[in-house]
Design a protein around this ligand. Sequence first.
Ligand SMILES: [Zn+2]
Length: 187
Amino acid sequence: MAKLPGLGPRSARRAVLHLIRKRALLLTPLSDLMQTVAATARECLNCGNVGTADVCDICTSEKRANGELCVVEDVADLWAMERSGVFKGRYHVLGGTLSALDGVTPEDLRIPGLCSRIQAGGVKEVILATNATVDGQTTAHYIADRVAGLGKDVVVSGLAHGVPVGGELDYLDDGTLTAAMKARRPL
Ligand SMILES: [Zn+2]
């Protein structure tokens, strides 16, 4: 348990003790579910999402075939986007970001797979929703270049950066405020 992300040894001990005390209510159902997940969970061969089939529900849903492809770093980002309900297209999960320091190359990510999907046709817009970090933005620029090089009629866009909903200017860091000022729009 202590090896799980976000759990240190102390939190892990507390969680384990809690599970043992709630054996019937928590531990047994959880262990059954874990076995099911271990046996059935797999990555979608098309987009990298996690599901129980070779190709996930989002990739096979005809309702989502609107030509929009949202590129995210991680499955957790895909789930965040799905929770918001704002996006009705399909996804492509990179599985990380490019990093010269850590030796992560385009071939280590699902970038060749992304190019193949665009080459196959039907994609009208690629939305680069990588994180607003240096690596995330470097990766987005690299992908934008690669997509332009494919010679397909595809619009490449990125998420806006700036003031969060409900945010107060006084609390923003300089980088966010600068990004918001640069991305200002007519009202
Ligand atoms: Zn999929």
